[in-house]
Structure formats: structure tokens, C-alpha cells
Design a protein around this ligand. Structure first.
Ligand SMILES: C[S@@+](CC[C@H](N)C(=O)[O-])C[C@H]1O[C@@H](n2cnc3c(N)ncnc32)[C@H](O)[C@@H]1O
Length: 219
């Protein structure tokens, strides 16, 4: 079953078959892992009308924010091609084992999602790969402010992410897990990052720390 959040009070459990049919009824599918309040997913859905955008997060209350906005009429900012799924990205439901997505994003993760993204945790990447098509393209944005609070990263002795350590640590791990590394870029603190999510503006403007971006492709 896939748990779809429709509003603060309403949720729907749909079967694997219904979830697959929903995905297949759209020419393209995008999954935003750790979508938070889902504003990135909603804005993307408004912009790319023939794509199904799935905003996935472990926090129901955050998802309800985006879901409530999405349920409005299109003239009032709603969109019918977005769904908000409550799930742990580190332990995706069995229904997420079919390759449905053409593209994915991980925008400004924190907590466990941050750890597995930066450490390229094999189980996590194998898990998300199951719902990604071959050659699916992913965009990842990490603000370095979030890293300083991560106990896991400290325990794993992950050094501060710099251009050098991104090349020597993060990139080879993603490649080992079966992703082609296309490119990466650092954005200085305060520099505009073109991601239409809530935390993109909060962190890039307010954290005083740089953001690192990388683009990968499922091999
Ligand atoms: C800083 S917020 C970013 C939200 C959104 N991507 C944005 O840019 O506005 C980090 C999000 O990661 C989610 N998250 C952390 N660990 C997760 C996990 N294991 N599975 C799913 N979501 C997770 C949190 O619930 C939170 O909503």
C-alpha cells in the first residue's frame, strides 16, 4: 500500500496496482525525496503538466501543507498531477520496487536522508534505484549548514565537503553504487540557487554556508 496524504485530515491508501497505473497514466514521472512541505513538487507539477510529480517525505504534517494547496482549483494554484506520499526514503514500501521515475531530486535533506545522501549509503541508493528507470537523472542539493549537525557523518569521519573531498569521497561512492556522475557545482553562501523549494531559500540565504549540487544518472 502507498499512503497518499490529501490534507491534514485525509489520507488514502492505494494498492500497488493502482499506484503503478497512476504512474503509467503519465508520460513522465518525477520523485522528490524528502519533499517537506512539497512546494517544490507542487511548483514543478504546475510547470510540467504532463508529468506526475511524487513528493515523498516521512513527515505527514509537512506533506499536508503541499497536498492542501494542490487540491485547490488550478486557477488558485492547485495541480492534479502531483501526489504526496508518506514514506521513509530509507525503507521504501514494496510498492516502490517498480522502475517508474524518469527523474528525481533530493533537495536540502536533513537527518537520516542527509546522512545516506552524502555517504551514498548502498542500501539507500539500491532502494531508490528500484523505483528509478535506467538513465533516470537526479539532482541533489546539500547545504553545508546541515552537515555540521550530523552525528552520523561525524561518526563516519566524513570530512567537511570541499571541492576536493567531494571528488575523493562522495563522487566515487555514488559511482560505486551504480550512478554516473555528470557534474557538480558549489554555490557560495547567499548565491542564488535555482530550486523552487521552501528550504532552498531559507538555507541558501540564511545559513551562511555554501550549497553543493550534483547531477547523477542511473546506469
Ligand atoms: C530541510 S527539509 C527540506 C524539505 C524540502 N526538500 C525543501 O527543500 O524545502 C528536509 C526534509 O527531509 C525529510 N527527511 C529526513 N529524513 C527522511 C527520511 N528518512 N525519509 C523521508 N524524508 C526524510 C524531513 O522530513 C524534511 O522534510
Amino acid at each position: 500500500m502507498v499512503e497518499i496524504i490529501e490534507s491534514k485530515k485525509s489520507r488514502l491508501n492505494i494498492s500497488s496496482d493502482d499506484f503503478l497505473s497512476l504512474c503509467k497514466s503519465h508520460p513522465k514521472v518525477h520523485i522528490d525525496f524528502g519533499t517537506g512541505d512539497g512546494m517544490f513538487a507542487l511548483r514543478r507539477a504546475r510547470k510540467i503538466e504532463n508529468e506526475l510529480v511524487i513528493g515523498l517525505d516521512a513527515d505527514r504534517d509537512s506533506l499536508a501543507v503541499g497536498a492542501t494547496k494542490a487540491a485547490k482549483k488550478p486557477a488558485k494554484g492547485g495541480a492534479s498531477n502531483v501526489r504526496f506520499v508518506c514514506a521513509n526514503a530509507l525503507d521504501l514500501p514494496e510498492d516502490f520496487t517498480q522502475p517508474v521515475a524518469d527523474t528525481f531530486s533530493i533537495n536540502f535533506p536533513w537527518g537520516s536522508l542527509l546522512d545516506v545522501t552524502v555517504l551514498a549509503d548502498e542500501d539507500f541508493l539500491n532502494g531508490i534505484k528500484k523505483c528509478l528507470k535506467d538513465k533516470a537523472i537526479g539532482d541533489v542539493y546539500v547545504n553545508l549548514f546541515a552537515l555540521q549537525d550530523s552525528e552520523t557523518l561525524r561518526t563516519n569521519h566524513l570530512p567537511e565537503i570541499t571541492a576536493e573531498t567531494l571528488e575523493s569521497h562522495v563522487k566515487p561512492l555514488w559511482e560505486k553504487a551504480g550512478f554516473k556522475w555528470h557534474e557538480h557545482q558549489f554555490f557560495a553562501s547567499g548565491e542564488k540557487v535555482d530550486v523552487a523549494s521552501t528550504w532552498a531559500s531559507r538555507l541558501t540565504k540564511g545559513s551562511g554556508r555554501a550549497t553543493v549540487y550534483w547531477k547523477v544518472e542511473v546506469l
